[in-house]
Design a protein around this ligand. Structure first.
Ligand code: ZN
Length: 376
């Protein structure tokens, strides 16, 4: 996630803190200071924040360790003001497994609340016997209520809260997953509106949460739609076979001619049949400003670049392209360039899915049946 820093590693999982979590911490610290303007309150507040932090991590570990039981590993855990997000490597196909993973987080909070409740009862009894005035109970009591609050809040049926996933899993037991996600996301967006409106008149923090919920619901919905559109398609079914390649000793002026006369914007650079570089439009513009028209492709191209294999799955390649911010990837088979996969062709398929949700199955089948061309 953008705007987050890695702060630790727990059970082999990277732990990240989102910048907005710091705002929550600062808010807790300041509100402690404002109570009596005493520094020991701030120290107490910071210790409280430490406990809060631990509770959120334990909640996320509840998800991560349950997922691990089903053979799903966790990529990372990010701490957000609304709790935290454990990013799983994949969502299990079986909705029952997703249900258990989603419930595990709030279950950790309920268990902690129960343990704190027992501890509180014991200390209260000890204090009643030996000490006249109560001391640290306030602390334990707030932690108990924070756990109850986190469990309850996370069970609200809105993404990215666990309740949203519980709802999706329950719906997915009765209908197709994409549809289940869409229904769950729509309910999440409606709840975001309610949070936002109530927040406007009561607590600005709620408006902030509403924004998060809205974004997460929208993102989840489009991600699942992308996955269902691209799921199972190999790169060879979507790649462009007619690719114009260039050589390292060509001048930039020649490439400018190509770009002006065709729709291709990224050029694989070949030495024999081997791809030795990629010249993107951005590389070309930067090199033109630096070296002028007589500059060489060899000094303008990227020499470290990613490639795709014809048998790779489009959904995985699409995720890789998003991560490297690449517009296209050369498709290579046994060391030879055989085509190119571009964001445009992936985007067109997604547009088709949006425009023709009913006939999309047929369109997909046509793509899958496309012969795999091996020679370029
Ligand atoms: Zn959770």
């Amino acid at each position: 996630m953008k705007w987050s820093w890695r702060i630790a590693r727990v059970a082999g999982i990277g732990l990240y803190m989102h910048v907005t979590f710091l705002i929550l911490l600062a808010w807790v610290g300041v509100s402690y200071y404002l109570k009596r303007h005493q520094w020991q309150d701030v120290v107490g507040g910071l210790a409280f924040v430490g406990a809060l932090f631990t509770i959120v991590v334990l909640h996320e570990l509840g998800h991560a360790l349950t997922a691990k039981k089903f053979g799903v590993s966790t990529l990372d855990i990010t701490l957000l003001p609304i709790g935290g997000v454990a990013r799983l490597e994949r969502i299990p196909e079986d909705p029952k497994q997703e249900l258990w993973i989603a419930l595990a987080g709030p279950a950790v909070n309920m268990a902690l609340a129960l343990a704190l409740g027992i501890l509180l009862t014991i200390t209260q009894q000890i204090e009643a016997t030996f000490v006249a005035e109560s001391s640290g109970n306030e602390w334990l009591r707030s932690l108990l209520w924070i756990n109850v609050g986190l469990a309850g809040f996370n069970l609200l049926p809105a993404f990215p809260m666990d309740g949203g996933r519980v709802l999706r899993a329950l719906l997915a037991m009765r209908m197709d997953r994409t549809k289940a996600t869409h229904v769950a996301a729509t309910i999440g967006q409606a709840m975001a509106w309610v949070f936002g409106l109530v927040g406007l008149f009561t607590n600005p923090w709620l408006v902030f949460i509403a924004l998060f919920v809205w974004m997460a619901a929208t993102q989840e919905d489009s991600m699942v739609q992308i996955r269902s559109a691209l799921g199972g398609l190999p790169v060879s079914s979507l790649m462009i076979n007619q690719v114009h390649s260039v050589a390292a000793d060509e001048t930039l002026s020649q490439v400018v001619d190509y770009i002006l006369s065709e729709s291709q914007t990224d050029y694989p650079v070949l030495e024999g049949h081997r791809v030795i570089g990629v010249l993107t439009r951005a590389d070309l513009i930067a090199a033109l400003a630096r070296d002028g028209l007589q500059g060489k492709v060899g000094s303008a191209m990227k020499t470290s670049f990613q490639t795709a294999a014809p048998g790779d799955l489009v959904e995985q390649v699409f995720a890789r392209m998003q991560n490297c911010d690449c517009h296209s990837l050369p498709v290579v088979s046994s060391g030879r360039l055989i085509g190119m996969i571009t964001m445009d062709s992936v985007g067109e398929l997604l547009l088709l899915q949006a425009a023709l949700p009913r006939d999309f199955g047929q369109i997909r089948a046509r793509f899958s049946a496309k012969p795999r061309v091996i020679a370029a």
